[in-house]
Ligand binder design. Structure first.
Ligand SMILES: [Zn+2]
Length: 329
């Protein structure tokens, strides 16, 4: 289990701000923890909640992590700590209403309550408006913690009612070493570090055959779009779309393609040391002659556009057809 001391090594600024507000007993009613995934937002919200309810340690900012309250929070069943996560694609109005109803009863153990919204950017507009009402009339002992890796998607009205705590990206080397120490192979650890995965997700993906297959399919698509005689379009329909079905999978597919095109650019710039897909040197060597630096940059631009289209809910098949048409040599 993480402690503030450990978290401070990764997130010195965010940790100091939070510890400070705990030590001075000046906690905000609502926090917005924002920053890339895997940067410790969830760990910080857990520590914060544990310290708020800890029965043993109120002298320092560290929770004891062994009292009844700390243990229940760790295992996710403290009656006054509520976690809200997207149901399907979004956090819905009903989930916020349910929370409010729960909160109108006084706390099981005290009047203190903490609620934590993971992926807060996925609130529907109705849910966000409902939450806003909640934030506008804070009860003294209730603390809201909103977590997001996409702060620009949070309504300004909500944003302005929260104390914002920024979580910085972890360095590539830090992530890479973390993954290697978990015995993730080097070529995979490179990809995970480039994708900014948190440790748990990296361990899961390393075990899971879906990700291994995704890597293979990305390379197969590359082989097809790089070769004028091959049909990327056909491969898209026969293989790609079947494998990358959910939104998060579709985004991952694009991210893996992005790594590949960025690696080609590294080759053109004579920066082979920057290559992420270290098991692909022979292909990169070959394809740098098929794709000029300018063309590779255009492909990166197209991939970023595709990500944007997916974020704006353009249908995946359409977005991918458009993409493959542009990538095909
Ligand atoms: Zn405790």
């Amino acid at each position: 289990m993480t402690t503030w001391v450990e978290l401070e090594k990764l997130q010195p600024v965010a940790t100091r701000m939070l510890k400070n507000s705990i030590e001075k007993n000046r906690m905000a009613h609502a926090y917005l923890f924002h920053g890339p995934q895997g940067t410790g937002k969830k760990e910080a919200s857990l520590l914060f909640a544990m310290r708020y309810f800890c029965e043993a340690n109120q002298e320092t900012s560290e929770p004891c992590q062994s009292c009844r309250a700390c243990k229940r929070i760790q295992s996710g069943n403290h009656p006054d700590v509520h976690w809200i996560e997207p149901e399907g694609q979004s956090i819905k109005k009903g989930q916020i209403e349910y929370l409010q109803k729960e909160f109108t009863y006084t706390g099981m153990e005290s009047n203190q309550k903490v609620y934590i919204l993971s992926e807060a950017e996925k609130m529907t507009v109705n849910a966000a408006n409902r939450l806003l009402k909640f934030l506008e009339e804070p009860s003294r002992d209730t603390i809201a913690i909103l977590l997001t890796d996409n702060v620009s998607s949070i309504l300004n009205t909500i944003n302005s009612r929260c104390q914002r705590i920024q979580f910085q990206s972890l360095t590539y080397d830090h992530l890479f070493n973390q993954f290697i120490s978990e015995e993730i192979p080097e070529s995979t650890a490179n990809i995970f570090a480039a994708l900014n995965l948190d440790l748990n997700q990296a361990i899961e993906w390393n075990r899971n055959t879906w990700f291994a297959e995704a890597r293979r399919i990305v390379i197969q698509l590359i082989d097809r779009v790089m070769n004028p005689k091959e049909e990327g379009y056909l491969f898209l329909h026969q293989v790609w779309l079947n494998h990358f079905q959910e939104r998060s999978q579709q985004e991952l597919g694009i991210d893996l393609l992005l790594l590949w095109y960025q690696d080609i650019i590294s080759y053109h710039l004579d920066r082979k040391d920057m290559v992420v897909l270290t098991d692909q040197h022979s292909r990169l060597e070959k394809y740098q002659y098929v794709l000029s630096l300018g063309e590779a940059k255009t492909c990166v631009y197209e991939l970023l556009q595709t990500k944007r289209r997916l974020a704006y809910n353009v249908h995946n098949t359409l977005a991918m057809e458009h993409l493959v048409l542009h990538l095909q040599r």
